[in-house]
Design a protein around this ligand. Structure first.
Ligand code: URP
Ligand code: ZN
Ligand code: ZN
Length: 465
């Protein structure tokens, strides 16, 4: 199969230029100006930006949190991703049965994704307890299964101790893998949760007040220092929500530590006032860490611009407002945590970031596509427009005006956290390995087309230090 994308404005993490892209059997074979090719498919991209498909390295498809299961599986979730201009996801595995080994969840997640995903995918491993067997097993997961990153949680049921975190950091440093962390101080959060419940303070705003920024920042700084103690192990902070945490990350980076930071659209665009919306609408935004005070947003945008934040992901974790989230209607502690966003990320970052002049279009491509692909080892197959890369390509029409509303989105959930936001610019075509799978917001791909990617180790490192 041969395809040519003609006359588009090609945007990479470093360049913007007019050109044509010639694709053969799903791979980019040539890039040039006015290429003369006789192709089966010709796509006119005049007036459109042509970017690498988005790479979302923080999703929770099929996530089972005990009281509820996230509503998107690997079919509905990846359809939504594709419609929003994302062509690769790296999903965070949920916890398995108590005491299970690492291979257990790898097997479960292959079962979830195979035959369902419509775009290519991988997983992050999850550590739910630390012992010698788990540490040994990591070697196989990294080197044989092609899963070189793991997440540890410093809160929730399977939180790891500081000693456990140190051991994971040391082992992954040795293996060339990446430790990713959900940083919140469990005991402090628990103290405030219990206090508020005892005082009858159970409305959604108390979710935010029970997990103040200092709870997150304390855990970030602790992990940064443990990473330094672990022979300067690489560390990736997920879903950074606030200014103070960014300051600590910057200090570590300035000291030469290999610390990466990810933030998400919700922390850039929404703030804690959302928890006060009438009729318990605030339940929609119950996520951890919670939305913060508005002033934090400018600092996070600056962190992206300055390079201290390397990745924008979604933490897509969709629970239905009218069902799952209602468990928290009388008590925020009973509400499943998480917010959808897999489809909204690229449109929001393009419109709110690029079109509003907060970040350049190249930085947008960098943080949404290229750098996540490098850090998590799917580059240059993904996250790049260059010869030899997979033809995972998205066309954005900068003149298309869209009002975000649940009805135009594809995730299997009954709300968007961004209802009513007016966007300038929207993805109009998504291609995965040379095949057009979304055209004008209509999914035309195939269930099960997506393939598991055995990932390489971090390729970003050299840019960083
Ligand atoms: O509230 C959130 N973020 N839920 C998803 C799981 C996690 O902590 O990343
Ligand atoms: Zn988390
Ligand atoms: Zn998450």
């Amino acid at each position: 199969m041969t395809t040519i994308i003609k006359n588009g404005t090609i945007v990479t993490a470093s360049d913007t230029y007019l050109g044509d892209i010639y694709i053969e059997d799903g791979i980019i074979k040539e890039i040039g100006v006015q290429l003369k090719k006789d192709c089966e498919i010709v796509i006119d991209a005049k007036g459109k930006y042509v970017i690498p498909g988005g790479v979302d390295v923080h999703t929770h498809l099929n996530l089972d949190v005990g009281i509820a299961v996230a509503n998107d599986d690997f079919y509905t979730g990846t359809v939504a991703a594709a419609c929003g201009g994302t062509t690769c996801v790296v999903d965070h595995m949920g916890f398995g049965p108590k005491g299970c080994n690492l291979h257990h969840q790898v097997g479960v997640y292959h079962g979830y994704a195979e035959g369902k995903a419509v775009i290519d995918y991988s997983f992050h491993g999850v550590i739910q307890h630390v012992n010698d067997n788990v540490l040994d097993e990591m070697n196989e997961i990294v080197n044989e299964e092609g899963i070189p990153s793991f997440k540890i949680y410093l809160t929730y049921d399977y939180k790891v101790s500081d000693e456990g975190a140190l051991k994971v950091l040391l082992q992954l440093k040795k293996l060339g893998g990446m430790t990713t962390v959900h940083p919140e101080n469990h005991d402090a959060v628990n103290y405030f949760r219990n206090l508020f419940v005892k005082q009858g303070k159970t409305s959604p705003i108390y979710h935010a007040l029970s997990r103040p920024a200092e709870c997150e920042v304390e855990a970030i700084s602790r992990m940064i220092n443990l990473a330094a103690l672990a022979d300067n192990a690489p560390l990736y902070i997920v879903h950074l929500s606030n200014e103070l945490g960014l300051k600590y990350i910057k200090i570590a980076q300035d000291r030469g530590q290999e610390v990466y930071a990810e933030t998400c659209p919700q922390y850039l665009l929404l703030d804690e006032e959302k928890y006060n919306e009438p009729n318990n609408q605030g339940l929609k935004y119950i996520m951890s860490p919670p939305l913060r005070k508005k002033y934090n947003q400018d600092f996070l945008w600056k962190g992206i611009k300055d390079g201290n934040i390397q990745v924008i992901a979604t933490d897509h974790c969709p629970f239905a407002f009218n069902k799952d989230k209602q468990m928290g209607k009388d008590d925020f502690t009973k509400c499943p945590n998480g917010v959808p966003g897999i489809e909204e990320r690229i449109p929001l970052m393009f419109s709110e970031g690029v079109m509003k002049g907060r970040i350049s279009i190249n930085r947008f491509v960098d943080v949404c596509c290229t750098t996540p692909a490098k850090i998590f080892g799917v580059y240059p197959k993904k996250g790049a427009i260059q010869v030899g890369a997979d033809a995972d390509i998205v066309l954005i029409d900068p003149n298309k005006e869209v009002t975000l509303t649940k009805d135009i989105l594809h995730a299997n959930v009954d709300y968007t956290a961004y209802e009513g936001i007016k966007l300038k610019g929207y993805p109009v075509l998504t291609m995965s390995r040379g095949k057009v799978i979304v055209k004008d917001n209509v999914f035309i791909g195939e269930k099960g087309y997506g393939k598991f990617i055995k990932r390489q180790k971090n390729m970003y490192k050299n840019n960083f230090i």
